[in-house]
Design a protein around this ligand. Structure first.
Ligand SMILES: NC(=O)c1ccc[n+]([C@@H]2O[C@H](COP(=O)([O-])OP(=O)(O)OC[C@H]3O[C@@H](n4cnc5c(N)ncnc54)[C@H](OP(=O)(O)O)[C@@H]3O)[C@@H](O)[C@H]2O)c1
Length: 375
């Protein structure tokens, strides 16, 4: 681990010289659903924050770094003058096959950490997910599944998985460069982002808006198992809290941790409640009935009306493809297996973050409404 906690700010900024205890976070993938929650919490806690993505947002109090993780030379140049003490790695790119996911997403972790070999790094936290237990997209839920609730000590599947490749790059860099690490295995994330790859909250909000505007039923798209079985989810805020805890508390160092909200629910209980939060009349709420009805099929013919809905309500985004990730919500709610996650390990180590899932959705919908992303 690095001896120094000193922050070296970019010489080109006017950031005041920090005291020796000051921490500088580099949030990698800062505009994403996880990264943006981290940026919010770290700035609120008065960290110096560097926010890296290809198209950084301009956020007050945050230094944006525009860099492409797939271009190691320009990445090194972009980070040459920076001295983060803590890395929060939340970037990923979805590729057509898992072999390409492994090559691309593993290399992004490797090249980012290599480009920080000059930095006084103390800790790097990596977010992955429950595909660690369920298998990659192309072999999702296949083969022998671990017993639920999922525990961190489960052995890896034999199927290659980009999360394993990312972990291995993290472990190797931590050993080589002398910092501690943590891995955060998240279930489906409830959080605030636009134009990102996987966003169940905004997807359901857009489905509800189309249902209200076009007098359509609000149909649960998933499987009987998900409708009736117990499950859990992860609020981006509690994920960010756990990553910051593990990065700064010795009890969180050099361990993988599951991260979910801490409550469990059944979709047959949650679905009508979400409909009510989204203003869908109760008589339009339709549950599982005989077979999954994926949103990709339900919604395809209705997507073209979104620009008109956006104009009518003065919405901020007229491109529905930047709001709804039908494929991902279909995959999540369509699983034909129980997905429940054990939180005992990080609780025993001292992390007590908690969210009520229904409230996390309600707060998120209110925020999207305030942003004029939904009416
Ligand atoms: N979302 C979920 O429901 C969920 C659930 C479980 C696990 N996870 C896992 O959590 C991790 C983070 O996912 P997320 O959903 O938070 O991601 P996300 O919302 O899609 O955000 C990805 C971030 O990475 C940046 N990025 C992508 N490619 C980049 C590149 N080549 N160079 C620089 N920045 C790049 C993006 O910004 P630019 O496009 O501007 O570069 C964005 O800031 C992933 O491993 C994912 O599998 C997500």
């Amino acid at each position: 681990m690095s001896e120094t906690t000193e922050n070296a700010s970019s010489p080109t900024t006017s950031t005041p010289t920090p005291g020796p205890e000051r921490r500088t976070a580099l949030v990698v993938g800062a505009s994403g659903i996880t990264g943006s929650a981290l940026v919010e919490q770290l700035t609120a806690a008065d960290w110096d924050v560097l926010a890296l993505s290809r198209r950084p947002a301009s956020t007050p109090g945050v230094r944006g770094i525009a860099a492409d993780l797939r271009d190691p030379e320009s990445l090194r140049a972009a980070l040459a003058g920076q001295a983060p003490t803590h890395v929060f790695f939340t970037a990923w790119q979805r590729m057509p096959t898992e072999a390409e996911n492994i090559a691309v997403n593993g290399a992004m972790v490797r090249d980012l950490l290599a480009a920080l070999d000059h930095a006084p790094l103390q800790h790097a936290a990596l977010v992955t997910g429950l595909k660690h237990y369920l298998g990659p997209f192309e072999a999702y839920g296949q083969g022998t599944m671990p017993e639920t609730p999922f525990h961190e000590e489960e052995p890896r599947h034999e199927t290659p998985n980009f999360y394993y490749a990312q972990e291995d790059e993290l472990f190797a860099a931590a050993a080589r460069q002398g910092f501690s690490w943590s891995v955060h295995r998240s279930h489906t994330v409830i959080g605030h982002a636009v134009g990102n790859a996987m966003n169940i909250g905004l997807t359901l909000a857009v489905q509800a808006t189309l249902a209200k505007e076009l007098d359509l039923p609000f149909v649960f798209p998933g499987s009987e198992t998900q409708w009736n079985g117990l499950t859990d989810m992860t609020d981006a805020g509690v994920l960010a809290e756990q990553m910051i805890w593990a990065s700064t508390d010795p009890a969180g160092a050099n361990e993988p941790f599951n991260i979910v909200n801490g409550d469990v629910f059944r979709w047959r209980w949650m679905w009508p409640r979400l409909a009510a939060h989204l203003g869908v009349p109760a008589d339009r709420v339709v549950g599982y009935a005989g077979e999954p009805r994926p949103l990709e099929q339900q919604m395809a013919e209705h997507e073209a009306v979104w620009p008109g809905i956006a104009a009518k309500h003065g919405l901020a985004e007229s491109d529905i493809t930047r709001l709804a990730s039908w494929w991902h919500t279909d995959a999540d709610l369509g699983r034909d297996l129980e997905v429940v996650t054990d939180m005992g390990k990080s609780r025993a180590a001292g992390f007590t973050g908690y969210r009520r899932t229904e409230q996390a959705f309600a707060d998120l919908f209110a925020r999207y409404r305030a942003d004029r992303l939904i009416p």
